[in-house]
Design a protein around this ligand. Structure first.
Ligand code: SAM
Length: 336
């Protein structure tokens, strides 16, 4: 069994990203919103490319939390060299000690011939205590694990060309991963602005093409790509009148908007969507639109009354921005 542990900043976006990036694991939800389960083998190095997943626990398990002794009895122990044990919490506090769990599991492995390395271990055994559902999950870790990811270093306003329209890098990374999944094709951003989506695609070694109608944005995107030390093709042009490449893995669009713009109000966007349907055999799409935050829980899947001709909307996720502004991430595929 494999357990995927999601970061806390937006478990719903993280869930869709994980499902797109690990399709072979057939991931399913658990009662804990930050834990998914699946089965099978994968390329575990992919974990590092996901913005919403803190780690994968391989050859592990998940169970209701009872006692440390009960947990120890469920863990398969064999001699492992150069290992350590890390235990951390999700969503509050189950009444037990993480240090005690680490110590007891470490002792158990040591007694079976394992060697422990607390400073720079090659193998990390992870244990997660999830208070929201009273669950404990365990397994061999792939990926960073708990703690802040280096997203702050990639903060959009550290870039040489910044505008308030720039997407938050972790949202941009997830959007690209959801649209393109494990496909090797090119990521297209037909309204690339300051290049946030292109940077995230390129940082994951994906080929990417961006188009923008504004020469200042095109220049700014080029500066930002250079700053991030990655490459992507950036074209000055009108995406409503463009011959799109056929080898696309996914399309991500973050169109310009006023506060309450509706899809139908953005003529450029509707034209681009229509052209994608007309020109491409199939197309997987992530579209980011503004919304009135209202009373909805924007951290989860939300109701979406939109229709995009030629596309099937598979999910709509809310993204809180601030008190009076939210966004929604629409995940869709061409029909047929
Ligand atoms: C909200 S911004 C994109 C922001 C971007 N995701 C970022 O992180 O910076 C939308 C962009 O669409 C561009 N745009 C508007 N109409 C366009 C069109 N017909 N073709 C290409 N780009 C267009 C605007 O110049 C603007 O830079």
């Amino acid at each position: 069994m494999v357990v995927l542990s999601l970061r806390g900043w937006h478990p719903a976006i993280a869930r869709f990203e994980a499902m797109a990036m690990f399709p072979e694991l057939q991931l399913e939800r658990t009662p804990a919103r930050r834990l998914l389960v699946g089965a099978g083998e994968s390329d575990w190095e992919r974990t590092e490319k996901l913005s919403g997943t803190e780690c994968v626990l391989i050859d592990g398990g998940i169970s209701e939390w009872t006692t440390i002794d009960e947990l120890l009895s469920m863990i398969k122990v064999e001699p492992v060299q150069n290992m350590s044990v890390i235990c951390w919490r999700h969503e509050g506090k189950l009444a037990t000690s993480t240090k005690e769990i680490e110590r007891r599991i470490g002792e158990m492995f040591h007694s079976k011939g394992s060697t422990i390395n607390l400073t720079n271990p090659e193998n990390r055994f992870g244990v997660i205590l999830d208070a929201s559902a009273g669950l404990v999950a365990w397994g061999w870790m792939s990926g960073q694990g708990p703690g802040t990811h280096g997203w702050s270093a990639m903060n959009a306003n550290n870039r040489p060309y910044f505008k308030p329209i720039s997407l938050e890098p972790r949202i941009a990374r997830a959007a690209v991963n959801i649209a393109a999944g494990t496909s090797k094709g090119v990521v297209l951003d037909p309204m690339c602005g300051t290049g946030g989506l292109l940077i995230e695609a390129a940082l994951c070694n994906r080929s990417a093409i961006g188009i923008d109608i504004d020469p200042e944005m095109v220049n700014g995107t080029k500066q930002n790509l250079q700053w991030a030390n990655v490459t992507a093709e950036v074209i000055l042009g009108d995406a409503t009148n463009f011959e799109f490449p056929q080898n696309l893995s996914g399309v991500v669009i973050d169109p310009p908007y006023g506060r309450n713009s509706q899809l139908s109000e953005s003529t450029a966007l509707t034209t681009i969507l229509g052209e994608l349907v007309k020109q491409l055999k199939s197309c997987s799409l992530v579209l980011i639109l503004p919304m009135d935050p209202g009373l909805e829980d924007l951290d989860e899947e939300i109701e979406c009354n939109l229709e995009i001709p030629g596309f099937l909307i598979t999910a709509c996720l809310g993204i809180p921005v601030h008190k009076s502004l939210g966004r929604m991430m629409i995940i869709a595929k061409t029909l047929g």
